[in-house]
Each structure stands twice: as C-alpha cells, then as structure tokens.
Design a protein around this ligand. Sequence first.
Ligand SMILES: O=P(O)(O)OP(=O)(O)OP(=O)(O)OC[C@H]1O[C@@H](n2cnc3c(O)ncnc32)[C@H](O)[C@@H]1O
Length: 190
Amino acid sequence: MKIGIGSLNKTKVEAVKSACAKLQQTFPYLQNQRFEFVTMGARTPIPDMPLSQEQIIDGAVLRAQYVFKQVPDLDYAIGLEGGTFPLTTPALSPDVLYFLQNWVYVYNGQTGSLGSSPALPLPGTIVRQLYEERRELAEVIDEFSGRHDVRSNQGAFGILTRQLLSRTHTFEISVINAFIPFLNPDYARF
Ligand SMILES: O=P(O)(O)OP(=O)(O)OP(=O)(O)OC[C@H]1O[C@@H](n2cnc3c(O)ncnc32)[C@H](O)[C@@H]1O
C-alpha cells in the first residue's frame, strides 16, 4: 500500500508510520500488505498558524489533496495539521475557551475521511500571545518551555501534559481515527 504524507515534520511522519503498524495488527486482511511511505512538504493557502477548527481541517484536507496530485500511484494521501481553536457554549457564555488540537485527512483520490486528536485546554498566557499578539505557537511554546524546536519533538502537547501525551502520539490517534472508516468493514455494513 503506497501512502503519501503531506509533511516533512518528523513527529507527523512517525505518527503515520506507527498508526499504520497498529492498524495492520488490528485488521487481519492488512497483514500481508507492504507499506511504502512517500513524504513531501505541502504548501496550502491556509495560514501558518491555524486559529480555528475550520482552518486546521482545511489545512489537513488541502495538504492531502495536494500530495495525491503530486505523487503517482498512491493508495492514500494523508494531510496532517495542528492548530488551536476557540469554543463558546451557551452554558459557559460569555467565556471563550481555547484548545490545541490536530486534524488529519485521509484521501484516496475520490473520497476522504477526517479524524482528530483529543483537544487540550490552553493556558491564558499562550492564548493571549496567539490571539492578541498574533504569534505562532511554535515560537511561543519554545519560549514558554525554554526548549528549542518543540514542534518537531514533544510538541505543545508534550510540554503542557508533562509528556503524558506527545505530539506524535496525538497525531497517531488522529491518523487512526481518520483511517478507520476506510479500513473497518463494519462501516460498509451498517
Ligand atoms: O512542516 P509542517 O507539516 O507544516 O509542520 P508544523 O510543525 O509547521 O505543524 P503545522 O503546520 O501542523 O502546525 C501549524 C502551526 O501550529 C503550531 N503548532 C501546532 N501544534 C503544535 C505543537 O504541538 N507544538 C508546537 N507547535 C505547534 C506551529 O506553530 C505550526 O507552525
């Protein structure tokens, strides 16, 4: 099975590979498949720092569609995008809550499927820098943690959960969620 990945970020590439290994163990008919992965950077018109669920999801979808066009003979192209979003609910109104979340789109050239990670509440200091000062999370989380290149390593998920969840792990969950409707035959039966 040939799979295109719309990123060169190692946390995303590792997440796709480990999700595919787990899916292969879970679905017996995949066990004889050999997986081949092709990675490529994917430019989209979505802002570098997605600040809403719509932007995160559009980023994932456009990356997958771009890769599918560029790479011949793919079975699936996968777009992965991380970002933050605001949430208002009538029960909490007028409070606005802000979360970190990843979205993934798996595309087979005709149809696609979306999956997401858990959503993690963001501290107010980070929210203000993102939504008022319009800074990028990658830069803000490096400063907040005193570390370098967090986005290619444990991610903001890793820093804020003290490694209970890493960026790779949360992308792995998103990839599994997005792939399931393609792979689980129960989806065709019900
Ligand atoms: O090379 P690509 O695939 O673009 O990987 P990226 O690390 O830039 O990741 P995204 O484009 O998916 O994320 C959009 C921006 O959100 C930020 N971001 C999202 N999730 C993050 C995380 O867990 N840790 C650090 N930065 C994150 C970071 O500033 C990114 O530029």
